[in-house]
Design a protein around this ligand. Structure first.
Ligand SMILES: [Zn+2]
Length: 332
């Protein structure tokens, strides 16, 4: 058993309390590689932001869960070395799909876990979430649950259609399960293709797709029922069109990739939404920089040469999200 406290990590309880009270949101960035980890830590330290580093099933399959845990431990030490004496970094399991995987992560130094039972029957979702909460709270680990189903594909999480969270179920679910935060479905979606062209309108000037707006009415109803309770948004990449354009200009093929407009995420950050998950934007920033570098430098083959601009581009994106979208800067 390794407690996250020995590693210098923190759980999400205080982070969320302050974020809800302060009208901002904590960034939750997925990571699989050393360059992503370095970019996340550099961005968080430079902006003085708390940050959640999260690990999905795909990340564990790709990089190995043990390695990622040690990288998170390294992230804390790296932040200190960069001049941040008390970094606020949580290591979070994204979309845990069983009690067993949540327990394994808690036993191995994670400070926060998600149990995603959103695809299960309601009572079963409550029962397993409660089981995870009872185990996690013994070790002061926080638990995120999910109610309502998101559309789209993120690693192995998929759902053909979105089912918005029912506000009337939220009090019952959170009270009976004891979860610390709740991911809700109000129209965000996983991946870089969040909406089909048929679901969008097209901007006549730019020809770009404009996605349907988020269901803020549902969010406000939930806030009224459970004032101050931490709400989480998954699938909240914006799919920046400049990165998509760079990818397409240098041999990529991402037609009609579309995300959540940043103005809407900015508005959500000011509400009870206190954690916003961003994964695809980091993938796009990395791929755009690598494609451009390799196209412009065809004779180079040292991975450090193209991973360096990739890391810089991810860092720039993380800083932009922290400062201009979530508002979590200057909170350490
Ligand atoms: Zn998700």
């Amino acid at each position: 058993m390794t407690s996250y406290k020995e590693l210098g990590l923190v759980n999400t309880r205080e982070m969320f309390k302050k974020a809800v009270a302060g009208g901002y949101a904590i960034p939750a960035f997925n990571f699989n590689t050393m360059e992503q980890m370095q970019a996340i830590v550099q961005a968080a330290v430079e902006t003085k932001s708390p940050v959640i580093m999260q690990v999905s099933k795909g990340a564990r399959n790709y990089a190995n869960g043990t390695i990622l845990r040690y990288m998170a431990q390294g992230a804390v030490e790296y932040a200190k070395e960069l001049g941040c004496p008390e970094p606020q970094i949580a290591l979070h399991l994204d979309h845990g799909d069983s009690f067993e995987i949540c327990k394994e992560c808690i036993d191995n130094g994670f400070s926060s876990v998600m149990f995603d039972g959103s695809h299960l029957p309601y009572e079963e979702n409550i029962a397993i979430t409660k089981q995870v909460v009872e185990y996690a709270h013994k070790y002061d680990v926080t638990v995120e649950a999910e109610l309502g189903v998101l559309a789209g594909v993120e690693d192995e999480v998929s759902a053909a259609e979105s089912h918005y969270t029912k506000p009337e179920e939220v009090i019952d679910f959170s009270t009976r399960s004891g979860c610390d935060s709740l991911a809700i479905s109000i129209g965000t979606s996983h991946g870089a293709y969040k909406f089909t062209p048929e679901q969008c309108t097209r901007d006549p000037k730019t020809g770009k797709l404009v996605p349907p707006p988020l269901a803020f009415d549902i969010l406000h109803q939930i806030e009224e029922k459970l004032p101050g309770f931490p709400i989480v948004l998954h699938g909240s990449s914006s799919v920046p069109q400049d990165e998509v354009d760079t990818i397409n200009a240098y041999g990529g093929k991402l037609p009609d990739a579309v995300g959540i407009p940043e103005e809407q995420l900015r508005e959500a950050s000011k509400s009870a939404v206190c954690k916003i998950n961003i994964d695809s934007d980091s993938r796009l920033a990395m791929t755009a920089a690598i494609r451009k570098y390799l196209a412009e430098n065809p004779s180079h083959f040292d991975p450090r040469q193209y991973l360096k601009p990739a890391r810089e581009n991810m860092k720039k994106m993380y800083i932009h999200k922290i400062v201009n979208v979530l508002g979590s800067n200057d909170k350490l």
